[in-house]
Design a protein around this ligand. Sequence first.
Ligand SMILES: [Zn+2]
Length: 81
Amino acid sequence: MPTPICLACRVEMRCARNNRLVRDPETASFPSTYWLGDEWQCPGCGARIVTGFGRAIQAPPNYAAGEVVEFRYALPAEVKA
Ligand SMILES: [Zn+2]
């Protein structure tokens, strides 16, 4: 995985954590899946990203609930009530 660059600061981001667990919630057509990614953080502005989407795993490892990133399909303002 190449090192991401922060567009705002124009510097390389730093890998803050490997194996960040992300939960992809179920939809009408697909069941919920989990995947592991790498978390990167910009040393300038602190922006954080997770890369590696698509490497789905069968069973989630034993993570605390607060450590699981819940993937969203849309921004909260875009979700219809
Ligand atoms: Zn930055």
